[in-house]
Design a binder for this molecule. Sequence first.
Ligand code: XMP
Length: 488
Amino acid sequence: MSNYYRDKIHSKQIIATFDDVLILPGFTDFSPNEVDLSSNLGKYHFSLPILSSAMDTVTEEEMAIQVALRGGLGVLHRNCSFERQLEMCRIVKRARSFVIDNVATIAPDAQVAKAKFMMENYNISGIVVTNEEKKVCGIFTKRDIPFFEQDIKNGIVKDYMTKDVISIKPGASREEALKILFESRKEKLPIIEDGFLKGLITKKDLAPEFPLASKDEEGHLLCGLALSPRFPESSQSQDLLKEIDKYVDIFFIDVADFYKKDDIEGTVKLMKFLDSDFVLGNIGTYQAAEYLITKVDFVEERFIGLKVGMGSGSICTTSLQTGVGAPTLFASAQVADAIQDYNPKIALIADGGFKNPGDLPKAFAVGADLIMSGHIFAGTDESPGFMDTIAGRKVKVYRGMGSEQARTSGYISDRYVEGSKMLTEGVSNYVPYVGDVSGVLETLKEGLANGMIYAGAKSITEMKKVPLGIVSVVGQRETAPHDLIGKF
Ligand code: XMP
């Protein structure tokens, strides 16, 4: 008697999701202010283990900057050209730093209109003026822009710039720079050696407003960028990608299902071509993780993370449309075991499906190091797109990258099964407007911290050890608000 097919549906494989489980309360022998939410991804340390999704209605430069300033990471999306990706990365890297190396310059004979355009385009408030020998001869800031349109149109930079530039030598300390800026009442301090420009320090970047910010060794914000696993064919695209590589710390290979020969081969090639670190995904099973860690010739020290979860995002229809899926909680547990077995240095990012702050501790309890969400961030001020009003309620558009609307752009079709044109794997809809991202992150932080306190875990590492239990269907009803009259 055969059991082959019966075993398939009566097997032990229960595909549990967030609402199916609860963490058991544990003994708490520490005070709330001792809870440490920080986590690591490769050599990068995050005060807040939270990432915003690489989606075109979630993370562009504004979101990436704000999330990184608060200790997390915003992963810039890939539903655009390499040119636009380069622009976003540049803006993120320039946003906060002690020293800006790649300083915008202009010639003294250039038109004021050009200087104004550059400042608007690069989102900066001043440009250093350098002569033909590339020596500094002035500085032109937004305050120097003349009032009348006529003067902007016809004016020449050298007639409006500040000529006696107050500067500092390379290698000067933060304190020395602050002192000069304070005494001179300037906002910008070029770093000059023998007349040549070596960098720029700005006042706002010196102020430790965001002590938890996610920064690289030079004090620049960390930059994460989504990438197709396909190696670009044209040399022009390859050049652009090389340029992008200079600004990116972590590339996130971004496909719905990464356990595919073509995508893996493309990624191996990309990893050899580029210098930054890589997170690969998404995957959903132990076998996929085992294969990627043990059988593929990735550049090992730069393979720093796996992103997991398939089909459980709030805008996903992959599971519905294809019958295949690995919800985030299930997928995290699967992949966490493989990581433990084969390479504990690889970090696990649990991606999608988070509805409430209480889902975060559950993800860590099944082995995640960081979590990623689109839904939580899509309704904030910092997500791309405008606020709308539906039935008197403020809303913002949130769309899956596999939705018809996102896929018509042409940049994202290889996130799904290439060549499949008719089948959408995501929807476009609205989410409630929720104000600025700092408030959202604070709520998430509290949910996570309080969950850790109830569970008796002081750190994310300890959180991985807490026990979980499956909740019965009746229990699920009881653990949510119930038996109330409702609003009337
Ligand atoms: P949440 O639950 O935060 O999930 O909305 C965001 C994650 O979902 C993935 N994603 C998609 N998955 N079809 C899918 O099957 C889609 O159209 C789609 N768009 C995004 C992605 O991993 C994201 O981080």
